[in-house]
Design a binder for this molecule. Structure first.
Ligand code: ADP
Length: 293
């Protein structure tokens, strides 16, 4: 497999590449990862089963889209392809120096706000991708409320029903979908989003430079990215202060935050099991109470 990958890396960068033994990299949730190096050039490579090629192609295009905004640093993608029974993505290898905080976190907030200034005519993206290993539909849609209702919450609620998570979640979820209009009471622009912005997808490179990676890009309400930074933590006050200074959020964010994070909680339920059921149901209950308030 590695020889096939090395040959495709050489083709993509237009110079010979004969790496030494791979260095395995841990920490990912979905894929196996390694660094291939010939002592001169080094590439970060993620691989998985052959049928995962579209997932890597979507990641490649997401990294390209974010890089094109020239805002927050992302690893430059080099190529994707098949190698034996595997599919892979190769990208710029960035030696990370930690998770960062302080000045780095503030820089990340400011730069993310700059990335969110990149907009498209409609919500969604030119292709579907994945969130974790769950499919994520992105059919372009003029209305953010319709997009969030059908392609985000509705999609995950249907999946939860098919996985047998019961009628209470289905019934309360259906009621929530009917009330999305009341809960999304602002008019966001379709901003380019990272889409999977938990703390594990932000690291710090030399000189304190923040880097985000492993995206699930689409054009959406920028608050969906910010909400996710608060779901699992890891971003901190300096990040949020700098983001708000660069581009304040609209009034009512606190309620929408729960609506946006419900998507990731449902995805965790569907990926990792019933440990997330009461959290998802509690979020729906809180949101429905807001509708009645
Ligand atoms: P997965 O798709 O399996 O979730 P990630 O993209 O999160 O994998 O990558 C796994 C780990 O590899 C990350 O936690 C990070 O520490 C490291 N990593 C990711 N991208 C790079 C890169 N371009 N250069 C160096 N290390 C990276």
């Amino acid at each position: 497999m590695n020889q096939h990958i090395a040959r495709q890396i050489a083709d993509a960068c237009g110079r010979p590449f004969t790496p030494g033994p791979p260095r395995a990299v841990g920490g990912g949730c979905i894929n196996a990862a390694m660094v291939l190096s010939d002592g001169d050039q080094s590439w970060f490579v993620k691989h998985n089963a052959a049928d995962r090629l579209p997932m890597f192609q979507a990641e490649f295009e997401g990294l390209q889209a974010m890089a094109a905004t020239d805002s927050i640093r992302v690893p430059r993608p080099l190529c994707t392809g098949s190698a034996g029974n595997a599919a892979f993505i190769a990208m710029e290898y960035i030696p990370f120096e930690g998770q960062g905080g302080g000045a780095s976190a503030a820089r990340a907030g400011e730069q993310l706000a700059a990335m969110h200034r990149a907009t498209a005519p409609r919500f969604g993206w030119h292709r579907d991708n994945t969130i974790g290993s769950t499919p994520q539909p992105n059919a372009p849609t003029p209305s953010w409320i319709d997009f969030w209702r059908r392609q985000r919450l509705g999609f995950q609620l249907d999946l939860a029903s098919r996985l047998g998570y019961g009628s209470r979640l289905a019934d309360r979820g259906a009621l929530l979908l009917e009330n999305c209009d009341a809960l999304i009471d602002h008019d966001p622009a379709p901003s380019l989003l990272h889409g999977d912005l938990w703390g594990g997808n932000l690291s710090i490179a030399a000189g304190g430079e923040p880097v985000v990676f492993d995206p699930a890009c689409y054009y959406g309400d920028r608050e969906a990215d910010i909400a996710m930074t608060e779901l699992f933590g890891g971003f901190g006050h300096d990040f949020h202060r700098a983001y708000h200074a660069a581009w304040p959020l609209d009034a009512g964010y606190a309620v929408r935050k729960t609506l946006y994070n419900l998507y990731h909680t449902l995805n965790h339920l569907n990926l990792f099991g019933p440990g997330y059921l009461s959290q998802a149901e509690g979020m729906i209950d809180r949101l429905l109470a807001e509708v009645r308030a």
